[in-house]
Design a protein around this ligand. Sequence first.
Ligand code: ATP
Length: 310
Amino acid sequence: MINTLGLTKYYDTRPAVRDVDLYVPAGEICGLIGPNGAGKTTLLKMLAGLLRPTSGKIEVAGIEVGTEPKQLHEIVGYVPDTFGLYDELTVRHFMQYFAKAHRVPKEQIERRIAGVLELTNLASKYYEPVGALSRGMRQRLVIAKTLLHAPKVLLLDEPASGLDPVARIDLCELIKELGALGTTLVVSSHILTELADFCTSVVIMEQGHVIRSGRIEELVGKLSDGLPVRIEMTDAEAATALAEKLESREDLRDVTVEGAIIDCAFQGDRLALATLHKEVVLMHDGVVSFYERRLTIEDVFMAVGSHAVS
Ligand code: ATP
C-alpha cells in the first residue's frame, strides 16, 4: 500500500530523512517510533504529499506521490500533531464545512457525518461548540473530519500526545476499529507504550534513518533462537547458581542472568518445555516461577538503536 525508495529530505543542508526504503502492506497498523527529531513528521508529510522530497520515490496505493495530487488526496488522510480548530463552530457546522471542502456529494453529507461521528464516539456532541470539547474529543474530531472522505490510508502524527489515560484508551480503540475496517494506518509516537497496544507492524527511526521495520511477529520471531523462557528465582545468588547448571545443557541457549531472573532460549517444543520445567524445579531450590516469555515490540526495540525512546 505504501512504498518508498531512497526517500530523502534535506532542510537546507540538514538531512531530516535519509534514504528510507519502506513497505507498509494494506491493512497494517504501522507504528512509527523514534525520538524527537528522528524525522517522523517529515516522513509522514512526504507520504501525505504535503512536503516534496529532496530525492527518492513514494507510491501510495499505486499512485506516485507528487504526480497526481488530487487522486492522492482522495486516498490519504493526514492528521498533524498540532491543529487549530474553529472553536466557535458547533461540531455539526464544523463537520459540514469539511464535508463540503472534501467535496462529499451533497446528498451523502449528513449520512457520512453521522457515520464518522458514531465511529469516533462524538455523536452526542453534534450540537456542541467545538471549543467546549475536551482535548481527547478534539483529537477524535480531527480524525472524524479526516475520515469524511473515507481515505484508504490514514497518517496520524503523535495522536496521543497530551491526552489523559482515558482519552488514550478511547483513541487506541478507535485506531483498532479503523484497522479492523480495513484502513491502512501509520501512527507516530516517541513513546513506545503508546503504540504497543495496537500496532501490527513497526518502523523504528533514528536520526532520519529507518533502523528496523517489519511485522511485529516477524521481528519478534527473529529475536530469540528458540522458545524464550524466563525463570524467576528467590534471589540473585540462587539465579546465578541455577544459570551455571543451565549453561551446560545443550537444549538451552543464550542463558543470561539479571538479578533474580534467568532468561534463556529453549530448543524444543512446548511438550518438551513441560519436562524442562519439572527438571528445573528439581535442579535447584528457589524457583519462584517458570514460564514461556511472550516477546513484544518492547523487546524488538531494546534489541536495536540507542534506546532513546521510553
Ligand atoms: P518530533 O517528535 O519532535 O516532532 P520528528 O521525529 O517528527 O520529531 P521532524 O519534525 O521530522 O522529527 O524533524 C526532523 C529534523 O528536521 C529535526 O532535526 C528538525 O529540527 C528538522 N526540521 C523539521 N522541520 C523543519 C523545517 N521546517 N525546517 C528546518 N528543519 C526542520
